[in-house]
Design a protein around this ligand. Structure first.
Ligand SMILES: [Zn+2]
Length: 288
C-alpha cells in the first residue's frame, strides 16, 4: 500500500508479517466454490488460488495528522510467549527499526489505538526491557475499549488472549498510559471511533475525516477479502460469530458504493480500497 492521503492526514502501512491460513479453518462456513466465483477481484492479493489458502497480513497503520502521530493496531511484537504459534512465539523482527526508518521514533507516537485486544493487535504495545514488559511508546496514550478490557481480564489465565492481556495490555495500564473508552471517543474533529462489536465485545473501527474526505480503518471487522461478498461468513477468531456477521453485513451495506476508503487490518497487498455494490452483490476494489 502506498501512503494514502485523506485531506490533511497521511496513512502509511508498516508490515510486520504475512502468512497463509487454511481456508476452512479460518472461515468455517465458507463454500469453496464461492472463491472461484469471486476470483476476478480476489486474485492475486486477496486469496492465494495456487495454494488454495487465505492470506493474512499483519500491519500497523501509521496515521499522521497535522497535530498527532497515531498508531492503529500494533501487530504481534517481539519476545512474546505465544507457544501456540511457531511464527508468533519469541519473535525477533525489525518492526521498530522499520518504523524509525519511516520517520517515526517510539517517542514521537502520541496515541496508540487498539481496535481490540487480541494478541496480533496489541503486541508492540510493550517491549521487554531488563526482564519487564514496558510500554514501547513512552509518550503515547493507549486507547483501549473498556468492554474488551473487562472481557479479557476475566478470561481464563491459560486462554491465548489472556496471555496477551497480561504482557501487552496490563503493563500499559500499570504505567498510567491507558485511556479506557466506551462508545464515544475522538482525538479531535478528524479522528473518531465507530463501535463495531462482534469480533470482540468492544471492537471499534477508527474513522478519519479531513477536508471532505473519509477513511475507515476497520480492524478485524473483516479478515479476508471474500467477506465483503459474503459478510455472513465470520472468521474462526471471532468471539461472537453471529454478532460479527451482523455488524459486517450492516457495514458492507452502509459503505457499498461510497467514496469512503476502507483500510482493513489483515488484507495484504494494496490493502485499502472501496466496497462496490450493485445488482451482482458486493465486492472489494483494491486501490492499486
Ligand atoms: Zn487480527
Amino acid at each position: 500500500m502506498k501512503p494514502q492521503t485523506i485531506g490533511n492526514i497521511v496513512v502509511s502501512k508498516l508490515i510486520e508479517d504475512i502468512h497463509p491460513f487454511d481456508t476452512m479453518t479460518g472461515l468455517p462456513d465458507a463454500e469453496p466454490e464461492a472463491f472461484a466465483a469471486n476470483k476476478e477481484w480476489l486474485a492475486p492479493h486477496l486469496y492465494d488460488f495456487a495454494a488454495d489458502t487465505l492470506l493474512l497480513s499483519f500491519h500497523t497503520f501509521i496515521v499522521q495528522t497535522p497535530q498527532h502521530t497515531i498508531l492503529v493496531d500494533t501487530c504481534i511484537g517481539n519476545d512474546k510467549e505465544r507457544p501456540w504459534s511457531e511464527i508468533w512465539h519469541h519473535r525477533s523482527g525489525p518492526y521498530l527499526d522499520q518504523m524509525t526508518a519511516m520517520g517515526v521514533a517510539p517517542e514521537d507516537v502520541d496515541y496508540v489505538m487498539c481496535t481490540h485486544l487480541h494478541a496480533d493487535h496489541v503486541g508492540w504495545n510493550t517491549r521487554l526491557l531488563d526482564g519487564r514488559w514496558v510500554p514501547t511508546f513512552p509518550n503515547a496514550k493507549y486507547i483501549f475499549s473498556r468492554r474488551d478490557y473487562d472481557h479479557y481480564q476475566a478470561t481464563d489465565p491459560d486462554d491465548h488472549s489472556h496471555n496477551a492481556f497480561r504482557d501487552s495490555v496490563l503493563p500499559v495500564v500499570e504505567a498510567g498510559q491507558a485511556v479506557m473508552i466506551d462508545d464515544d471517543f475522538s482525538i479531535d474533529d478528524t479522528v473518531t471511533i465507530l463501535p463495531t462489536p462482534g469480533h470482540t465485545p468492544g471492537h471499534y473501527c477508527v474513522r478519519l475525516r479531513s477536508n471532505g474526505e473519509e477513511a475507515i480503518l476497520t480492524g478485524d471487522l473483516m479478515h479476508f477479502g471474500v467477506q465483503v461478498a459474503r459478510p455472513d461468513w465470520s472468521a474462526v477468531f471471532c468471539v461472537d460469530r453471529a454478532a460479527s456477521a451482523a455488524t459486517r453485513k450492516s457495514f458492507v451495506d452502509a459503505y457499498a458504493e461510497s467514496d469512503v476508503l476502507i483500510m482493513p487490518a489483515h488484507f495484504p497487498g494494496p490493502t485499502c480500497g472501496h466496497i462496490v455494490g450493485g445488482g451482482g452483490g458486493t465486492w472489494f476494489r483494491l486501490k492499486t
